[in-house]
Design a protein around this ligand. Structure first.
Ligand SMILES: C[S@@+](CC[C@H](N)C(=O)[O-])C[C@H]1O[C@@H](n2cnc3c(N)ncnc32)[C@H](O)[C@@H]1O
Length: 252
């Protein structure tokens, strides 16, 4: 198999986060999971009614729309037109007002506007080192003084217990989503070859994510302008090397 390890082009990213991604999404993230995650984010970031919040890589709005329902003033940015369309439809159904923006998280139009910026559900690390750092600089610039950035990512220590490759299959009726995941210790990247079999058609796509540990992340965040950085488990509990997630909260 041709296992690419480099960061992705915009076209590859759009093909990965497309209609196929949406097709299996509620099986991967059922509504009750999204409800719980939104509550954890709300607490971790000490949000209040009217807090201006930016979600980078907001996808189909499962978190952004829930934050808006709870009372935050939410802006969601994403590179995928099809996911943004779904996010806006869902916002309308929930009767919440969310500003959805099509754009690239490496270049943001806002300066000192938000109380909080979120990169949720493994949405950080798609690019090369320089561009990943650029995302953090852009997030910092979008925050007001005292603002917080939250990054939810896989805990690298948890991956040590994983076989490589790992096979993950999601099924909806006759359709299948097959992930073949390799952890590359030489590049510190997690590479996913995805095969979607849907309506009799087969499509292949690829995603590669840089896996940052807490100390590396913390160094990058400080150099992007954050004063302090904390680590948690996914629901705000104490971070341990055994937990599946590393949630980082950085204060500007
Ligand atoms: C794993 S999904 C997470 C979506 C959402 N945060 C959630 O929790 O469901 C990552 C998202 O990042 C978006 N994305 C990828 N590259 C991007 C870029 N350069 N700029 C903005 N969004 C991007 C994808 O389109 C996708 O919606």
């Amino acid at each position: 198999m041709d296992c690419k390890t480099n960061e992705l082009s915009i076209q590859e990213m759009e093909s990965y986060f497309s209609e196929d991604y949406l097709h299996f999404s509620d099986l991967v993230n059922p509504p009750e999971v999204s409800d719980r995650e939104m509550e954890a984010i709300w607490k971790l970031l000490s949000l209040g009614c009217g807090s201006p919040v930016l979600e980078l890589g907001c996808g189909y709005g499962r978190i952004a729309n829930r934050l808006a329902e709870k009372g935050a003033r939410v802006t969601g940015l994403d590179i995928s037109p099809s996911l943004l369309k779904k996010a806006a439809t869902d916002a309308a159904e929930r009767r919440v007002d969310v500003e959805y923006v099509h754009g690239d998280m490496r270049s943001l139009p806002w300066r000192e506007r938000f109380d909080a910026v979120i990169l949720w559900f493994t949405t950080f690390g798609y690019f090369d080192e320089a561009d990943n750092e650029r995302v953090l600089h852009e997030a910092a610039a979008s925050l007001r003084k005292g603002g917080r950035l939250l990054i939810d990512q896989i805990n690298r220590f948890h991956l040590l217990r994983e076989q490589s490759p790992t096979y993950d299959i999601v099924q909806r009726d006759n359709d299948l989503r097959i992930d073949i995941i390799n952890n590359d210790a030489l590049t510190d990247r997690r590479n996913n070859e995805r095969i979607v079999i849907r309506g009799g058609c087969v499509r292949r796509m690829h995603l590669s994510i840089r896996q940052y540990g807490f100390s590396e992340c913390s160094r990058m965040l400080r150099s992007a302008g954050f004063d302090s950085v904390e680590a948690y488990g996914q629901e705000g509990e104490e971070f341990t090397s055994y937990g599946p997630r590393l949630v980082v909260v950085a204060y500007k």
